[in-house]
Design a protein around this ligand. Sequence first.
Ligand SMILES: [Zn+2]
Ligand SMILES: [Zn+2]
Ligand SMILES: [Zn+2]
Ligand SMILES: [Zn+2]
Length: 245
Amino acid sequence: MAEEKRTRRPQSKGKCTYCGAAYARSGMSKHLLACKHRQAANQQADQQKLTKPKKWFHLLISCDYASDYWLHLELNAAKTLRDLDQFLRDIWLECCGHLSAFRIQGKTYSVSPMGGYGERSMVIALDKILKRDMVFHHEYDFGTTTELVLKVLDERDGAATGKKHWLTIMARNDAPQITCQHCNKKPATQVCTFCIWSEDSAWVCDECKYLHPCYLREQDDYMFLPVVNSPRVGMCGYTGSELYP
Ligand SMILES: [Zn+2]
Ligand SMILES: [Zn+2]
Ligand SMILES: [Zn+2]
Ligand SMILES: [Zn+2]
């Protein structure tokens, strides 16, 4: 896949959900292991005993070709790959109900498995498949694919903070600041889906979009998509997350 050409600052940061401290992706990995506020929240959950202790996985989710976007999640290991798939769709991916699959240690777990191809179902508990330090992949849409890399950073046992609680977004990257490639001044708010892989002028602000060659040629703005905080920005018809804006 072609390199993305975007004008952005390097190393996007995000805030720890527990204490508010800001770190880049890898610094956050270390911080979450040591965060005093996180430890206190987990201890409090254990004392309140709303649930029996459960196993939790700490996942770092990112995208090799769009490294500004990352998530640190903690999720109940009894939940399924399908639950994780749905969450990824909700926060980063869903545009028009495309197929998706996890690839884990040479096996494919599909949202719509085809037995003849040896695909397995996603309806299987995370605990049955994942182990600490495991790296695996998720693909959404086999046409304009968004490929994510998932790493199991840690696991622990503890009570949930609520009866139905199964997932915590422990940290998420702040929206990258992308500058308009026409005026080089204002923040880009739209991206041209025709030019996103091939040109240096795909990212535009609200005013400069009307100067963009594709707009001038077509006299229409249907080729633009909004700039949103997701590695799927500018792909297919993706317009951002309603549940996790
Ligand atoms: Zn913290
Ligand atoms: Zn789509
Ligand atoms: Zn501009
Ligand atoms: Zn264009």
